[in-house]
Design a binder for this molecule. Structure first.
Ligand code: ZN
Length: 288
């Protein structure tokens, strides 16, 4: 755990750069206003009365063709269609999805905003311009990483990798929607405080100040961070479950995910096991 904490705090060892900077993105998002959601709400009011939620695609025309391919790949599954429609018809959450070149192979979520009733009303997913390339490490991304050999063997297209990354980001948004705003804000505030002490005390996680901070925010920074990543991966697995259901290699791919989760993400195994269990009668994989 300590070496993971060092890696997370120092920002090394991860392939999905945007995911790594999630806590920073999130911190920045606290300063952003609600302008997009409000603008959309007022537009929506013109036609449908007061309804602020929905799914808005803000994609530059030069990325539109590839975005549509990734999206259609995601929508080719039942779970993809269900989740997309849930956000498109959402009563109060305005989810914006955009494509930007800053972190080509990665993606990130942020711009979270809650209303007075404690409901998440605004979120933004930023997809890199080449999310159909690049397999993040197996330690934190056991689902996305498992796809690598299938693309090189041409059994799955690169669009499947892109759609898996979309599912991962939607998993983040779902989780944040279930996180109380005060806890989220507390984490954003205390994580930098924790990191500063950690870097100056010889990486001593038993420092009483750090123990107290971790208690307050529900875990140390790496626990908070990896919990979020594994929720993203759980949703990625849900998409993949539907996507490869009829493929001859579906057991091989899920057994690989199982082995990786057991090796690196044992405390989080249950959320993956739940999905594996829901695979249905057609499955005979060892993950039961
Ligand atoms: Zn992530």
């Amino acid at each position: 755990m300590k070496s993971r904490l060092v890696a997370v705090v120092l920002g090394v060892g991860f392939v999905l750069g945007a995911d790594l900077s999630l806590l920073r993105v999130d911190a920045r998002s606290l300063n952003d206003g609600a302008k997009p959601a409000e603008a959309a709400a007022s537009r929506s009011n013109l036609f449908h009365g007061p309804r602020a939620g929905g799914l808005r695609e803000e994609v530059d025309p030069k990325y539109k063709k590839r975005f549509d391919e990734w999206k259609n790949e995601f929508l080719s599954t039942d779970i993809g269609k269900t989740q997309w429609e849930m956000y498109a018809r959402h009563s109060h959450l305005m989810l914006t999805i955009t494509v930007a070149p800053d972190n080509k192979r990665g993606a990130g979520s942020g711009n979270y905003k809650w209303n007075d009733a404690g409901e998440l009303v605004s979120a933004t997913i930023v997809l890199g311009t080449r999310i159909d390339e690049g397999y993040p490490n197996s330690i934190y991304y056991p689902v996305m990483n498992a796809l690598a050999p299938y693309e090189s063997a041409r059994l799955l297209s690169r669009n499947v990798l892109a759609a898996t990354k979309i599912a991962h980001e939607l998993g983040h948004v779902m989780r944040i929607a279930a996180t109380p705003e005060p806890l989220y804000r507390l984490q954003v505030k205390l994580v930098p405080v924790y990191n500063k002490i950690f870097l100056s005390n010889g990486h001593n996680v038993n420092d009483p100040r750090l123990v107290e901070l971790a208690k307050q925010m529900g875990g140390n920074p790496v626990q908070i961070w990896e919990d979020r990543e594994y929720w993203g991966e759980a949703n990625a697995m849900l998409y993949l479950r539907d996507r490869v259901a009829k493929e001859s290699f579906h057991c091989r791919i899920f057994n690989k995910i199982k082995r990786t989760v057991e090796e690196f993400a044992k405390p989080y195994e249950e959320r993956f096991t739940e999905i594996a269990k829901s695979q249905g009668v057609n499955y005979s994989c060892s993950w039961k």
